[in-house]
Design a protein around this ligand. Structure first.
Ligand code: ZN
Length: 240
């Protein structure tokens, strides 16, 4: 199987897994850089995230222009494209309208790591926040999101959701799951009183146990199994 075919399969799987986890619905998307090129693969605008298949994927350049595919790219493709353009280390990007992260982005209170498993994935300090609430429909807006992201692994989009980046589709998927769980715990803890946020040393130590290929693979395998059990993995041509 070619590398491109494998990436298309993983994109279809991760899209259905994000849907099954409640992290995307009719909107939201995950993409991957085509290795050695200035192009990305992303699921198309009109296709359900619950039923997308590898052959549906479309190719755009880093200006968001459609290069290949029978459908339009998502209207917010620009934040994917410009993140890849800004950072050579990014291999995969997800944009979520994730509920709890959107809620936290609406209050004037920084979102710090404060719980070991999900909270430690993103490293020390508060998660960056992109303040403009408008949807991202231009390269200029995509550049502004990439600037707010900086060197981080995720950025909250005020009143909107988040952008999550990483070194592989599996890593981005795991980060999406962790981010929403961390946000949910942070929100609930905030209702009870001041949150005991982790200092930099505590975050570094807990992060060491979290940011590993073995942990990412475990999160991926668990969610792949859960999505299959839900009857949502048919017709993809799963990777052995
Ligand atoms: Zn959006």
């Amino acid at each position: 199987m070619s590398e491109l075919s494998e990436l298309k399969i993983k994109l279809a799987m991760s899209s259905r897994m994000l849907f099954n986890s409640g992290l995307v619905d009719y909107s939201g998307h995950i993409s991957v850089r085509i290795p050695g090129s200035d192009h990305l693969l992303i699921l198309p605008h009109p296709i359900s995230r619950a039923t997308v298949v590898p052959d549906d994927m479309v190719v755009t350049d880093f200006d968001g222009k459609l290069i290949e595919g029978k459908y339009q790219a998502p209207s917010e493709v620009y934040m994917h494209a410009r993140a890849y353009k800004a950072r050579a280390d990014i291999q995969s990007v997800a944009h979520l309208h994730n509920h709890m992260v959107a809620v936290l982005s609406m209050v004037d209170k920084p979102f710090y790591p404060a719980s070991s498993n999900p909270g430690a994935f993103f490293g020390p300090g508060a998660l960056p926040l992109y303040m403009d609430p408008a949807l991202i429909h231009t390269n200029e807006q995509g550049d502004a999101v990439a600037k707010a992201l900086g060197k981080a692994d995720a950025v909250m989009l005020r009143g909107h959701g988040s952008l999550v980046v990483g070194q592989a589709i599996e890593w981005v998927f795991a980060a999406c799951v962790d981010l929403e769980e961390a946000a949910s715990r942070f929100y609930k803890a905030s209702l009870l009183g001041p949150v005991r946020v982790y200092n930099d040393d505590e975050t570094q130590r807990t992060m060491k146990g979290r940011r590993k290929d073995s942990v990412v693979q475990k999160i991926w395998d668990h969610n792949a199994a859960k999505t299959k059990l839900a009857g949502l993995m048919g017709g993809i041509g799963l990777i052995a």
